[in-house]
Design a protein around this ligand. Structure first.
Ligand code: GDP
Ligand code: MG
Length: 162
């Protein structure tokens, strides 16, 4: 166990990541999970669900006045979504870097959207955009009991704490 485990735990943060129905249908689950896993982030919750349209509207409530809102919610509820929570230092911000910008045409090569998607309406993945959003989205998609806290043997090598 970590000697300064409390200090280390305080540094850890969690973010909500979802592979949207297009990513699931295109067989990109393993590819996307692998990018988060290889980086060194820890998977603490995962499930495959088909959200209702109402649920999709709640998830995207910030965008309710945008012209694409209805189509976006229809799309998110059109098939299985792989909902996940990933944990690690800086995972909210760096997770968004791994994902790339909203429009895949503007995403850098090497990012998930840059490498694997073409248009904004089918950009395959969602990631929380800040600490408050992350907390709210994790609470919306998961029961507390679905979040698994565990020590990973890799952590002492990833973070250099003993
Ligand atoms: P994100 O945080 O990068 O996913 O982007 P936003 O929170 O701004 O938007 C949520 C999702 O709405 C995006 O991932 C896209 O799937 C979709 N979206 C955003 N902007 C547009 C747009 O201009 N047109 C369409 N069709 N969809 C959009
Ligand atoms: Mg967003």
């Amino acid at each position: 166990m970590f000697q300064d485990q409390e200090a280390h735990a305080a540094e850890l943060e969690r973010t909500f990541i979802a592979i949207k129905p297009d990513g699931v249908q295109r067989g990109l689950i393993a590819e996307i999970i692998s990018r988060f896993e290889r980086k060194g982030y820890k998977l603490v919750a995962i499930k495959l669900i088909v959200p209702s349209k109402e649920f999709a509207q709640t998830h995207y409530h910030d965008l309710k006045d945008r012209p694409f809102f209805n189509g976006l919610c229809d799309f998110l509820s059109s098939g299985p979504v792989l909902a996940m929570v990933w944990e690690g230092e800086g995972v909210i911000k760096y997770g968004r870097k791994l994902i790339g910008t909203t429009d895949p045409q503007k995403s850098e090569p090497g990012t998930i959207r840059g490498d694997l998607a073409v248009v904004v309406g089918r950009n395959i993945i969602h990631g929380s955009d800040g600490p408050e959003t992350a907390r709210n989205e994790i609470a919306l998609w998961f029961e507390p009991s679905e979040l698994v806290s565990y020590a990973s043997n890799a952590e002492k090598w990833l973070y250099g704490v003993n």
